[in-house]
Design a protein around this ligand. Structure first.
Ligand code: PHE
Length: 342
């Protein structure tokens, strides 16, 4: 009888304990206290040994029934606690799907970058390799080797930033031509984009700007090859139907030299504001590589011929995107730049 009372007391204690259970963690703790190996129900089992043998089976059944009851009771509570916990978690993690999303600012490529990328892909498609020259050059590479010795009047065409007696900031990507020809035997087919420097500063000139140089040297290269390549370039960059025309010009490192115009892509050649009524727009300088330049670089001009061309990236960008002041390309004003978002 004493035992029966103990059993009732345990039941009561379990009912009391589960009332305060707030989380699965305390649930586990309390469960251990009653059902664990050293728990109250297990110690009741151990006490069976002290009972007279004839009472043991009966009492064993009663304790087992208690264990079963306790297990069921804990299961019920566990379910209830879990549901409560889940409910609380849903409440915590609730989001208002009607709130406007956070927007992230999107970057844009600089117009210069877009033109360079476009040019590179057009010329790479024609088999040109990219050569990146250096911005600090010697007088020899920038001028002398390009058939422009000291006191040559053509030096006046390009004012120069000198860095002491020996070095200067290149005034043209043409300086790279010499490095390439010195180091590589024909066939040569390179494209060289990069920054160049001249002390000019107005709406269409900046002390630092970018050029794209092209050089092709091989046996049997003629002005016709240049013209054919330029037509392809004009159609790809300015639109199909855009034609090119060559006008005689002068550069010391090319002979003959030409100025290349494209038919106006804004008016189709009829004459408008962009082409100043002429129907044509000047886009680059070019010519057949001067024999003297080939010789300076150790290439036999009786065996090899070549053509070169050079264009201003900013000028192409301004034409293509209708930009009227070169300063806009260097000020980094986001309001300007974001207009070029693709
Ligand atoms: N380097 C010349 C310039 O800056 C452009 C040019 C390049 C002309 C190659 C002919 C051949 O004006």
């Amino acid at each position: 009888m004493e035992n029966m009372q103990e059993i009732e007391e345990i039941k009561a204690r379990i009912e009391e304990a589960v009332k305060d259970i707030k989380s699965s963690a305390t649930m586990r703790e309390i469960k251990m206290k009653f059902l664990g190996k050293a728990g109250e129900i297990s110690s009741l089992m151990k006490k069976l040994r002290d009972l007279p043998p004839e009472m043991r089976p009966e009492m064993g059944k009663i304790i087992n029934a208690l264990r079963e009851w306790a297990e069921n009771r804990f299961d019920e509570f566990e379910k209830a606690v879990k549901t409560k916990e889940l409910g609380a978690r849903y409440e915590r993690e609730k989001i208002d799907v009607t709130l406007p999303g956070k927007t992230r600012k999107k970057g844009a490529f600089h117009p210069d970058t877009m033109i360079v990328d476009e040019l590179v892909s057009v010329f790479a498609g024609m088999g040109f390799e990219i050569y990146e020259g250096r911005e600090i050059e010697t007088d020899y590479y920038n001028f002398t080797a390009l058939n422009t010795p000291k006191d040559h009047p053509a030096r006046d065409m390009q004012d120069t930033f000198y860095l002491g007696a020996d070095y200067l900031l290149r005034t043209q990507t043409s300086a790279g031509q010499v490095h390439v020809m010195e180091n590589k035997k024909p066939p040569i087919k390179i494209l060289s984009p990069g920054k160049v420097y001249r002390p000019d500063d107005d709406a269409t000139h900046s002390p630092m700007f970018s050029q794209m140089e092209g050089l092709v040297v091989d046996k049997g290269i003629t002005l016709c090859d240049l013209k054919g390549m330029l037509d392809e370039f004009a159609a790809r960059i300015f639109g199909s139907g855009v034609k090119t025309r060559l006008r005689p010009s002068y550069f010391p490192f090319t002979e003959p030299s030409v100025e290349v115009d494209v038919s106006c892509f804004a008016c189709g050649g009829k004459g408008c504001k962009l082409c100043k009524g002429t129907g044509w727009i000047e886009v680059l300088g070019a010519g057949m590589v001067n024999r003297a330049v080939l010789e300076n670089c150790g290439i036999d001009p009786d065996v090899y011929t070549g053509f070169a061309f050079g264009m201003g990236i900013e000028r192409i960008a301004m034409l293509k995107y209708g930009i009227n002041n070169m300063k806009l390309l260097f000020e980094g004003d986001v309001r300007f730049l974001k207009q070029f978002r693709a």
